[in-house]
Design a protein around this ligand. Sequence first.
Ligand code: CO
Ligand code: ZN
Length: 331
Amino acid sequence: MKELLAKLTGAFGPAGREEWVRALLLEELKQMGSPDSIVDDLGNLVVSRGNPENKIILVAAHMDQVGFMVTFIEENGFLRVTPVGGIEAKSLPGMRLRFRDGITGVIGQEKIKEQKELDFSKLYVDIGAVSLKGAQQQIQVGDTAVFDAPLMMEGNRYIAGAMDDRAGCAVLLETLRRLPRDLPQSVCFVFTVQEEVGLRGAQAVSYRINPHFGLAVDVTRTGDTPEPQFKTPVSLGKGPAIKIRDSSVICHPRVTALMRQVAEDKNIPHQLEVLEQGGTDAGAIHLSRAGVPSGALSIPCRYIHTPGEMVDHNDLENSVSFLLALLQTKW
Ligand code: CO
Ligand code: ZN
């Protein structure tokens, strides 16, 4: 798991530029003997298993990560950027960014009177250029960057910038690797694009697949740190969470009941999640066509959308066990 996670979190993939993550996933699939896969016109990667005559479960994890896009280059070579996905300006000064071709930038901050004035218009990115022309030789308006935050392991915990949602991608891949041929229904594993900017890839791919059920595998916030901003009973290391609700979906009671039953029957540690802010691909899947009963398996993660996204090794292993058990149950 560590090796796979290191590769996946190290891949460059801000929303809209998922091609390198997808290439890595395709390479991993090839080593598994290339199960049936397609890439749709938006870039979603779909891997199918089982008899398509049966009911279909769409299982989604997103390939994209939050990042930054260059909006303007100043005369003196400093870059202005806008966030791609939900990133708060106040946590950014001093951080390192990485552009696709290896260029590193540091985020700087203009003088402000009060902390609350700090927004993206007061931030700039310094790539070491000394002029507009110099900067333009390396970077163009519209280029994107991500946090420079490769995988580290501390004790039982993994820390990396793109854990949201490469941890989910790793869980899907590992499940696919271990899933038996014979299944009570067919499964489409989908590695989606552009989740962080509004569940866009999931919306399009759900229409194509026309599933009977939807399940997103994504990270969720925890409440187990000193004075957490949001009260939630979800803790790191206590097992995957069964999502009941977030701001994009109220999970279908049939799906959440099935998930609770399977977790209990198989003795898989699990938690219940109600997330007050934030969404997942289940938000788009459940609204596709005439509606799709959907749920989500959430991987507890601290410091979401920062370079320090942290997950627990056992939670990942238990997420794989949980997903394997779910997909071998009749829905
Ligand atoms: Co996210
Ligand atoms: Zn996510």
